[in-house]
Write a protein of this length. Structure first.
Ligand code: SF4
Ligand code: SF4
Length: 374
C-alpha cells in the first residue's frame, strides 16, 4: 500500500481509503457480519483511512464502522461528517455527540461539514454560537482532531472555502469522466489541505468494462476501474481516493492498484488527457446536458437519456449504459411507475424548439431506445 501525507496534519493515510456508503446490505439493513469482514480485510491489507457519514446505509454506516474500529482505533484515521445546515451551534454539536455515540469512540480524526457550500458558510459569518464556533470548541475539547469539508459546490466556491484557512482537508469529486475540480485540488494541496477524492470510479460508472477507456493506455492496465483509480492516484496533489467497497474482491483489486508505486508517466498522462479531452468534445457534439429542453410533459429525462447514450457511444461503457437505461424505464414517483427512458416519448415536439443545439431529439430518442434497450 502507498501512504501519502494528508496535507499539513502530520497524518499519513493510505492512497486507498474505505468509503463506507456501500456496505453490504440485506433488506435495507447492513449485513453487519459481511460488512465487518470487508472492513477488516481492507484494514489488514493496509487501508488506514475510513470515511463514513450520518446518512450512509440507512443511518447504519457509522454504527458498523465504529464496530470495525474496536481494538484498532489508534491505527485508523476516521473521517465522518456533520450534515447540519442550520445556524445553531448547539444543534450542530448535538449531531457531533450522536456520531461519537454511534461510533462508540472518544474522538474523530477528521470531522467534515457535509456538503458545505459557500452560501452556507457565508450565512454562518457573524452569527453568535454558529456551527463554526462550536466546531472550533469541539477541536479544543479534543473531540475532533481536524476539521474538514466535503464539497459539491462550484470549483470557484470551493477555492474560496479552502482560502478560509478553517479546514485541514477536503473531500471532493474527481474521476476521468469529471475533471472539473482539478484546479481546486491543486489549490487545496498548495494551501496545505489533505485532498481526499470521492467517486474515483465515477460512482460505479467506471467499474463497468469499457474497451475504449482501457485502450487509452494499451496493454498496461487490466480493467477500466484500474485505469480510473490509477488516473486519480497519479495526481500528486491527491492524498487518498475513497472507494465504496462491498466485497472482498473489490478490496483486493483496489489494494493491488493502490499499491503500485509507479504512477502513469507524464507521456501516458498527456496521452490520456488528450484522449479524454477528445471524448469530452465528442460528447458535447451530441448534447451538453444544459436541460433547456426540460421538462418533458411525458416524463422523459431527456438529458439523462443523452448522457447514457454518450457513455455508450463515446466512452464505450456498454454494460453500464444499458443497465442504467433500464433503471430509467423503471423510475418510480410516489409509488407509481413513471418511466423516464426514451421509449416514453410521445413525440409532442415541445422539446425540440427549445434545444440551442438544434438536436433532433425525437429521432435520437428512438435510436437510443433501439440501442440501449437491446
Ligand atoms: S417530443 Fe418526446 S421527449 Fe420531447 S417533450 Fe415531447 S414527449 Fe418529451
Ligand atoms: S436542450 Fe438540447 S443540448 Fe440541452 S439537454 Fe436538451 S437535448 Fe441536450
Amino acid at each position: 500500500m502507498q501512504y501519502r501525507k494528508l496535507g499539513k496534519t502530520g497524518l499519513k493515510v493510505s492512497a486507498l481509503g474505505f468509503g463506507s456508503m456501500r456496505l453490504p446490505m440485506n433488506n435495507g439493513q447492513v449485513d453487519v457480519e459481511s460488512a465487518l469482514n470487508v472492513l477488516n480485510k481492507a484494514f489488514d491489507m493496509g487501508v488506514n483511512l475510513v470515511d463514513t457519514a450520518v446518512g450512509y446505509c440507512n443511518q447504519q454506516s457509522e454504527i458498523t464502522v465504529g464496530k470495525s474500529l474496536r481494538g484498532r482505533r489508534e491505527g485508523i484515521t476516521l473521517s465522518t461528517k456533520n450534515p447540519y445546515k442550520g445556524t445553531s451551534g448547539k444543534e450542530w454539536r448535538a449531531l457531533l455527540d450522536q456520531s461519537l455515540k454511534r461510533l462508540e469512540i472518544k474522538w474523530i480524526d477528521i470531522y467534515n461539514f457535509h456538503g458545505l457550500t459557500l452560501e452556507q458558510y457565508t450565512n454562518w459569518m457573524g452569527v453568535t454560537d454558529s456551527p463554526i464556533e462550536e466546531a472550533l470548541k469541539a477541536k479544543k475539547e479534543g473531540l475532533v482532531r481536524y476539521l474538514g469539508l466535503s464539497c459539491h459546490d462550484t470549483p470557484q466556491n470551493m477555492i474560496k472555502l479552502i482560502d478560509t484557512d478553517l479546514f485541514s482537508s477536503i473531500i471532493l469529486q474527481y474521476n476521468i469522466l469529471d475533471r472539473v475540480n482539478e484546479d481546486a485540488i491543486a489549490h487545496a494541496n498548495s494551501k496545505g489541505l489533505g485532498v481526499i477524492i470521492m467517486g474515483p470510479v465515477g460512482g460505479g460508472r467506471l467499474a463497468a468494462p469499457s474497451e475504449v477507456i482501457r485502450q487509452m493506455i494499451p496493454g498496461k492496465i487490466k480493467s477500466t476501474a484500474e485505469l480510473a483509480l490509477r488516473f486519480v492516484l497519479s495526481n500528486t496533489h491527491v492524498s487518498s481516493a475513497l472507494s465504496g467497497m462491498s466485497t472482498m474482491n473489490m478490496v483486493t483489486d483496489n489494494v493491488r492498484v493502490a499499491s503500485l508505486l509507479e504512477p502513469f508517466s507524464s507521456d501516458e498522462m498527456k496521452a490520456m488527457r488528450e484522449a479524454l479531452e477528445e471524448k469530452r468534445r465528442l460528447s458535447e457534439l451530441f448534447c451538453t446536458g444544459c436541460g433547456y429542453c426540460m421538462p418533458c410533459p411525458n416524463g422523459v429525462d431527456i438529458p439523462g437519456n443523452f448522457e447514457l447514450m454518450n457513455y455508450y457511444r463515446v466512452y464505450g461503457l456498454v454494460d453500464y449504459s444499458k443497465d442504467e437505461y433500464r433503471k430509467l424505464g423503471d423510475r418510480m414517483k410516489d409509488d407509481v411507475k413513471v418511466p423516464a427512458w426514451a421509449a416514453a416519448c410521445k413525440e409532442c415536439n415541445e422539446c425540440e424548439p427549445k434545444c440551442p443545439r438544434g438536436i433532433k431529439i425525437k429521432e435520437q430518442l428512438k435510436e437510443m431506445h433501439k440501442t440501449l434497450a437491446m
